[in-house]
Design a protein around this ligand. Structure first.
Ligand SMILES: *Cc1c(COP(=O)(O)O)cnc(C)c1O
Length: 377
């Protein structure tokens, strides 16, 4: 039986046509017709007059959001603690300090009340406001972003939505990543769509997109010789990668439908099982892309636990993964200020990501659940 993977890339078949075009016209460089067309596709998806700049990774996109906002040495930036390290690393690239904020139970994303406590605390301690706020859409689940935006707007602090995992997710019908000042896309190998590696920054207007492109191409001034007044980066997406992205956009809707279908399958298979709960949209305002479907396994009531399940799945050639280990518990961020409420640590101790990608069939999902249930004492 073939190994069942978490989220393996899946090509539409149209990718090669765009790559071939790039070779035929010799646009094998970090700019070109595929890059421009891919950006147009992404802008059409976002709507709301947003501009999108294609970059070499999602991490680069977060970094350039920080650069755009002037985050610098001595600043503090508030970041959701429950996330992948790429949300927080660019804060440190800029010489700033991350301040970690815990999650609330329903969405697993940033707790807006704790966010306000963190802002008040940092102003009291440092005399200055944090420079930006980075909420995250874990596994594609939107956050209570209206509440987060309300707090952010009240203190006039810009929001960078780390929507890297939420490609195609919506909050009250709006594409996530278009609600704050900046939004992030990632096209890494196992994300909702892939360019083999890549990302994009969702920008509020033409001027910000122009600045982002400027920073991403070494901050070269528009004169005939190489003149630099600001530090630059080599972060532009290549025309080959963008060709893959254009092909992937042609099957985005199918991918989204399949990820969401698998969520329904897991829910129906586990609905009568005590102590194992699938993470689903908390109410109708949420529309997760179900990038990775996740479960919480209560070690007291389920008769099993995450470690036993992961081991059994691995033995059955099925890939699973623990939830992200909160940033405030990571050695590399020891000493960073953190406002915690126990939610992210509890989720980490009980949660598991299940196979969810385009290659996972209904039968595969049934086998995942069978193996999971076989570990009950
Ligand atoms: C994948 C990911 C990123 C970074 O994207 P890359 O394209 O891998 O650099 C950032 N934040 C989160 C939450 C992610 O899952």
């Amino acid at each position: 039986m073939a190994k069942v993977l978490l989220c393996l890339a899946h090509m539409s078949g149209n990718e090669m046509q765009y790559i071939q075009e790039a070779f035929d016209t010799n646009w094998v460089v970090p700019l070109g017709p595929n890059v421009n067309a891919f950006e147009k596709d992404l802008e059409a998806m976002c709507g709301e007059g947003k501009r999108v700049v294609a970059l070499s990774s999602g991490t680069a996109a977060i970094h350039l959001a920080m650069v755009n906002l002037g985050v610098t040495r001595g600043d503090e930036v508030i970041c959701q603690s429950m996330t992948f390290s790429a949300s927080a690393n660019p804060i440190v690239y800029q010489g700033a300090t991350p301040v970690f904020v815990d999650s609330e139970e329903r969405s697993w994303n940033m707790d807006a009340n704790l966010l306000e406590d963190a802002i008040k605390q940092r102003i009291a301690v440092t005399g200055r406001k944090p420079k930006a706020i980075v909420p995250v859409y874990l596994y594609g689940m939107p956050a209570y972003i209206d509440d987060i935006m309300e707090v952010a707007n009240r203190y006039e602090i810009p929001v960078i939505e780390d929507s890297a995992e939420g490609f195609g997710s919506r909050w009250k019908g709006r594409v996530v990543g278009t609600i704050g000042r900046f939004g992030i896309m990632s096209f890494n190998g196992n994300k909702m769509i892939t360019t083999s590696g890549g990302g994009a920054l969702i920008c509020p207007d033409d001027e910000t997109a122009r600045r982002t492109l400027f920073f991403a191409t070494q901050s070269r001034e528009p004169v005939p010789y190489y003149l630099h007044k600001e530090i630059g980066y080599n972060y532009r997406m290549s025309n080959i990668c963008a060709g893959i992205g254009r092909g992937q956009m042609t099957i985005l809707d199918e991918h989204l439908a399949h990820h969401r279908h698998l969520c329904d399958v897991y829910v129906s298979l586990l609905k009568d099982v005590e102590g194992i709960t699938v993470h689903v949209n908390p109410d109708e305002r949420f529309d997760s892309n179900c990038w990775l479907n996740t479960v919480l396994i209560d070690p007291v009531t389920s008769g099993t636990d995450c470690e036993r399940v992961m081991e059994a799945l691995a033995a059955a050639d099925i890939e699973s993964r623990p939830l992200w280990k909160p940033m405030h518990t990571q050695p590399v961020f020891a000493g960073a200020p953190a406002l915690v409420n126990g939610v992210s640590e509890r989720l980490f101790s009980m949660g598991l990501c299940l196979p969810s990608g385009p290659w996972v069939s209904d039968d595969d999902a049934a086998r995942v659940v069978d193996v999971m249930l076989s570990t009950r004492r």
